[in-house]
Design a protein. Structure first.
Length: 120
C-alpha cells in the first residue's frame, strides 16, 4: 500500500515542478520582458516616460493628471475614459515602426494630445 502512494507523490511532484517552470521557459523563448511606459495625460498633452521601445509587448500605464476626462489610444487599442486622477493599464503588441497615439475625446488630439511612439 505504501508503494502506490509513494509513486503518486513522485508523479505529483514532477507535475508541479513542470507547471512551475513552464511559464519562465515560455517567457524566455519570447525574448525580452515587456517594456512599461508611464503616460501622464493632462490638458492638452501626453508626457511619456519614453517614446521608444523594442517592438513586442509594451505596457502603457496611463494616469490622468488633468482636470477633465482623457483616454489614450495606440495601435487600435484604447483605455476607458479616465476621469481626473484615474489610471489604466493598456497592454499592446507593437510591430516595428512608428505608432501614433492620441486622446480620442472631443478635439483633444488636435489641441496637442497626440504623438508618435517608435518601436525598434
Ligand atoms: Cu484628452
Amino acid at each position: 500500500m505504501l508503494r502506490p502512494k509513494l509513486s503518486t507523490g513522485v508523479v505529483l511532484a514532477a507535475v508541479i515542478a513542470v507547471l512551475a517552470v513552464t511559464p519562465l521557459a515560455v517567457a524566455r523563448m519570447h525574448g525580452a520582458a515587456a517594456t512599461t511606459v508611464t503616460v501622464k495625460a493632462s490638458e492638452f498633452k501626453f508626457v511619456l516616460s519614453t517614446k521608444t521601445a523594442r517592438h513586442g509587448v509594451v505596457v502603457f500605464k496611463v494616469t490622468n493628471k488633468g482636470k477633465i476626462a482623457h483616454d489614450f489610444k495606440i495601435a487600435g487599442k484604447k483605455t476607458a475614459k479616465l476621469g481626473p486622477g484615474k489610471s489604466a493599464t493598456l497592454r499592446v503588441t507593437l510591430t516595428k515602426g512608428n505608432h501614433k497615439y492620441i486622446c480620442t475625446i472631443d478635439s483633444h488630439a488636435t489641441l496637442g494630445m497626440r504623438g508618435t511612439f517608435k518601436a525598434t
